[in-house]
Design a protein around this ligand. Structure first.
Ligand SMILES: [Zn+2]
Ligand SMILES: [Zn+2]
Length: 466
């Protein structure tokens, strides 16, 4: 397939101005091809076959030679039959006529029929799908190879509106990467004293984080068009993929090109606990998970002087109740003093939420980077290394950690009442926020010291690190 270079399809610039929104124009070419594809023609066996598996019908011809099958199918595009292999008795071959030749596929059955990835209720469906796929992918090979070059995706209203914001995301510290110097004598003067407003109810109801789509193979009922390239999604089943978080429908090949701008639909997010952090904040359009904000707000309201805050554990059945309340009611969950008088229950729920994240706040990818940072002997280089690692965290994780560390710092300011300092908070929070990618008793034990140290340093130096 010689792809012509300099195609008029490629290279056109796409405006992301929401004003330019035009309704997508679905392209019908592949749809027409699907209509043109041959329908299956079942070639039945004239006599009853004794050894016919019960999941095959009269299209089963028993152990006939390949050449004879060829003759039976000759002349009829779309004709098919099943024969038992002569070389490997007990295995079956689907012989199918397409493009004036007989194609032979090893046919499997395990409750569904399949020759490749797609699984079908009936052999007839399998052949229908095969004929569509063969026809389209042969006839339109070049078209398909190029269909992703001029996507309509960015013209679709709901994504272009996000576009502007996405560009500006993370101007916060990554692109401009505040250089923090950690020279001892200059430390205070050079550390930017920033953002002490964290706890006020600032209207932070926006988040510009990147989030990848959560694509799963999907069977569409009725004709569907790809929301990336605007082309028809051909086939009988498993025609494309759908994002289970936002519902975007695209070709499998297009899914690799879709930007990481998934905006989860709240109705698709069933739970709050154990939900990926970025997915949750995107779904709720917040900067941080509301569990973190709400628990911290409650604790700062009535728990800061509570002895052993975060160390003393609350009654686990009540913590479980709080979890259920968040999963059920989201931000309307009642965690006030009238519902749970013991603040350790709220502190316990917050720790449980953080511990149960599918990807910990300090992500698996960066885990060892943080552990290695903690091993650096020089105090300044150590802080610098931690700072570097922090900047690599996904934004939602970074924001959550920043907020939490500012809170824990405030907790330590009440040490004479609550007896909590950066060191014992580090012990409590180390394993909550940091989990090795592969958990085994030995790494856990070996890393405990560093986990604690990373947490302790982040609390103590929260103002310069974040
Ligand atoms: Zn999505
Ligand atoms: Zn597509």
């Amino acid at each position: 397939m010689a792809a012509s270079s300099n195609s008029s399809l490629s290279g056109s610039s796409v405006s992301s101005d929401p004003e330019d929104y035009q309704p997508p124009i679905w392209k019908s070419y592949l749809y027409q091809l699907q209509q043109e594809a041959q329908r299956p023609k079942r070639i039945t066996c004239p006599q009853e076959m004794e050894n016919r598996p019960k999941y095959y019908g009269r299209e089963f011809h028993g152990m006939i030679p390949r050449e004879y099958a060829d003759e039976l199918l000759a002349g009829a595009e779309g004709a098919y039959l099943i024969r038992e292999s002569q070389r490997q008795p007990g295995t079956h071959t689907l012989a199918l006529r397409f493009g004036h030749q007989t194609l032979n596929y090893r046919l499997f059955y395990d409750g569904k029929h399949f020759v490749g990835e797609k699984r079908f209720e009936s052999v007839h469906d399998l052949v229908t799908d095969a004929l569509i796929t063969l026809y389209i992918e042969t006839k339109a090979a070049e078209y398909i190879a190029k269909m992703t070059t001029n996507p309509i995706y960015e013209h679709l209203g709901y994504t272009s509106l996000l576009k502007d914001k996405t560009v500006h995301r993370l101007s916060r510290g990554r692109t401009e990467s505040r250089r923090v110097t950690f020279q001892r004598d200059e430390k205070i003067s050079s550390s930017p004293l920033v953002r002490r407003s964290a706890l006020k109810d600032t209207p932070e109801k926006q988040c510009f984080y990147e989030k990848i789509h959560n694509f799963k193979v999907h069977t569409f009922r009725g004709p569907h068009w790809c929301e990336y390239c605007a082309n028809f999604m051909w086939g009988l089943i498993a025609q494309g993929v759908r994002c289970s978080d936002c519902g975007l429908n695209v070709h499998k090949q297009c899914s690799k090109l879709v930007p990481s701008d998934c905006q989860p639909d709240l109705r698709r997010i069933k739970k709050v606990f154990s939900c990926d952090l970025t997915t949750l904040v995107k779904a709720h359009n917040t900067t941080r998970p509301m569990v973190v904000d709400m628990c911290i707000r409650e604790i700062e309201l009535r728990g800061m002087t509570s002895e052993g805050l975060y160390r003393v554990s609350g009654f686990s059945e009540h913590i479980e109740e709080v979890r259920l309340a968040f999963d059920r009611d989201g931000e309307k969950a009642d965690i006030s003093a009238s519902a749970y008088a013991d603040i350790n229950i709220i502190a316990g729920a917050l720790k449980l939420y953080l511990r149960d994240l599918p990807i910990p706040v300090i992500t698996f990818d960066l885990y060892s980077k943080f552990i290695q940072s903690a091993k650096i002997p020089s105090a300044e280089s150590r802080l610098e290394a931690i700072h570097e690692s922090l900047l690599q965290l996904p934004p939602a994780h970074y924001e959550t950690l920043r907020y939490l560390m500012a809170h824990l710092k405030r907790v330590t300011q009440f040490e004479k009442d609550n007896l909590m300092n950066a060191e014992n908070l580090g012990i409590v929070y180390g394993p909550t926020l940091m989990q090795p990618p592969e958990q085994n008793a030995l790494t856990t034990l070996n890393d405990m010291r560093q986990q604690k140290l990373v947490m302790q340093l982040m609390i103590e130096h929260e103002d310069v690190l974040f």
